[in-house]
Design a protein around this ligand. Structure first.
Ligand code: ICE
Length: 539
């Protein structure tokens, strides 16, 4: 990264919190830390947001239905709850999918809800849910129907699991399963990820034992195909001769997930939402997992090499090198053209539980420095890059993995690598089940902030005046009115893909256009306006 002279983080922290009441300031201070990549400090994360502070977080239902299950095209996802919960989650995540033919099932464009009314909240909604499942089945005859509980469902005690079991039995050829992912569970969507993983693992993985052809078989965990990201990764895997058994869950199907236990390696792209699945598959089936990152060209090349290293096959290694050598020149050409215009510029990233870290690689490639970054709902290990025991228990099924170890069926457990082989791979620098973490990649004195509040982000912009701010729709227009372009790193603002080699080129071009657009200098931030300038006068 370029050398920048960062202001003193301690005084900035004070400026960010000095307007808060003492108790709030005390709590927020623990989530705002000055980075030291050599001696990584502790960051408070995954704790309840202080009421009254405007957070960017979502809820458990969003994490379960929207994030993990939503991208699978042939599951009918029925939301049990008032219509708003479903309507406002309808296609907003830009997860794309590509059915084999136009006739193949694709329910992603639909919005299924039980449309719960006051009457159902008072007298119970199970009957209505059964009718909805029957109706969806009669209309579509899907392979699977998943039920998602919204807040009122938990409050009134509708048993979505019992209804699912009953309907599964009744329908016979349709897998029906439910999730207790009421929005209020846990402190953010992170709890919903875990609930989703447990359910997908329990109800889907292992249902289809068919052995697919392929020498190097993997699953791609935590790639949800936003803006077509998964398409680019699929292209690179295929070109390298690596067989993708299942994706969880971008551009994926029920059939693929049911067959996932036949793969020999799990690679994990999103480091927050799905590591549970990696752990469970390793415990029950003996499939090792490792983190990868297909955001950034250096990381993409490294990830492909990691997969080749895991399989240890000379031919695969050669093929991967060939692919990298073939793809790189086009990227180099663009970066050489763009970098002189982006070099030395600065960025801030406040996104989700994984991307605020991964996208720093692309900014580094553009010669840009990240001044401040943070996640909305990640856990301490995602920041600190080391094992951290949970400082707060949030997951309904957090015992799951331990239980699984006890009940793992020895008949199913087939370790793909012996413990000695795993140790050997680790010695070679392969981070099996490793901890990554954004902080060791960030510059000294940069500010790391968990669950940044709206007020804090406005202050940050005022103090640092970054060249670009990365967050989501909730911040976009506020930030842009301050004269700073905002790149949405959830939905990509209609752009993407940004993964792999082709995606990196898309990202470089988009960022170049944004940080070098003169229009931003024409907007005056509120604090730049003269006292006398009235609001009307600026329009
Ligand atoms: Fe993982 Mo928005 Fe995806 Fe991450 Fe996760 Fe969410 Fe997407 Fe964001 C996601 S699964 S929906 S990479 S919940 S963009 S953690 S917040 S950074």
């Amino acid at each position: 990264p370029a050398k920048v002279n960062l202001p003193d983080p301690a005084s900035i922290t004070e400026e960010l919190i000095n307007k808060y009441p003492a108790k709030v300031a005390k709590k927020r201070r623990k989530s705002i830390v000055a980075n030291d990549p050599d001696t990584i400090p502790e960051v408070q994360a995954n704790v309840r947001t202080v009421p009254g502070i405007i957070t960017q977080r979502g809820c458990s239902y969003a994490g379960c239905k929207g994030v993990v299950l939503g991208p699978t095209r042939d599951i009918v996802n029925i939301v049990h709850g008032p219509i708003g919960c479903s309507f406002y989650a309808w296609l907003t995540r830009r997860n794309q999918t590509r059915p084999e033919t136009p006739e193949h099932e694709n329910y992603i464009t639909y919005c299924f809800s039980t449309d719960m009314q006051e009457e159902h909240v008072v007298f119970g909604g199970e009957k209505k849910l059964k009718v909805a499942i029957q109706e969806a089945y009669d209309l579509f005859h899907p392979k699977a129907i998943a039920i998602f509980s919204t807040c009122p469902v938990g409050l009134i005690g509708d048993d979505v699991h019992a209804v699912s079991r009953e309907m599964k039995e009744k329908l016979g050829d349709c897998n029906v399963f439910g999730f207790s992912c009421e929005g209020y569970r846990g402190v953010s969507q992170s709890a919903g990820h875990h609930i989703a993983n447990n359910g997908v693992f329990k109800h889907m993985v292992g249902n289809n034992n068919e052995i697919k052809p392929g020498k190097f078989k993997i699953n791609l965990l935590g790639e949800y195909n936003i803006g077509g990201d998964a398409f680019e990764i699929e292209r690179l895997l295929e070109k390298s001769g690596i067989t993708l058994i299942a994706s969880f869950s971008g551009n994926s199907t029920v059939g693929a997930m049911e067959n996932a236990h036949t793969a020999d390696l799990n690679i994990v792209q999103c480091h927050r939402s799905i590591n549970y699945m990696g752990d469970m598959m390793e415990t029950k089936y003996g499939i090792p997992w490792m983190k990868v990152n297909f955001v950034g060209v250096e990381s993409t090349a490294k990830s492909l090499r990691k997969i080749a290293e895991y399989f240890g096959d000379a031919e695969l290694k050669a093929k991967v090198e060939e692919v990298i050598a073939e793809e790189m020149p086009a990227v180099k050409e663009i970066i050489e053209e763009i970098r002189p215009r982006t070099e030395g510029k600065t960025a801030m990233l406040f996104v989700g539980g994984s991307r605020a870290h991964h996208y720093q690689d692309l900014f580094n490639e553009l010669g840009m420095t990240t001044l401040s970054a943070g996640y909305e709902f990640a856990h301490r290990d995602d920041y600190e890059g080391r094992e951290v025991l949970p400082n707060i228990k949030i997951d309904a099924d957090s015992k799951n993995i331990e239980e699984l170890k006890v009940t793992a069926d020895p008949e199913l457990y087939n370790p793909r690598k012996s413990p000695e082989e795993i140790e050997e791979l680790k010695a070679k620098g392969l981070e099996m089940n490793g901890y990554t973490g954004m902080m060791k990649q960030m510059v000294h004195k940069s500010l790391v902030i968990d669950d940044v509040s709206h007020y804090e982000s406005e202050k940050l912009i005022e103090i640092y005046k970054p060249d670009i701010f990365c967050a989501g729709i909730k911040k976009k227009y506020v930030v842009q009115k301050m004269g700073v372009p905002l790149k949405q790193l959830h939905s990509y603002d209609y752009g993407g893909p940004y993964t792999g080699f082709k995606g990196a080129v898309n990202f470089y071009k988009d960022i170049d256009r944004m940080v070098n657009n003169p229009v931003w200098k024409m907007i005056k931030a509120p604090w730049e306006k003269a006292e006398s300038e009235s609001l009307e006068a600026s329009y």
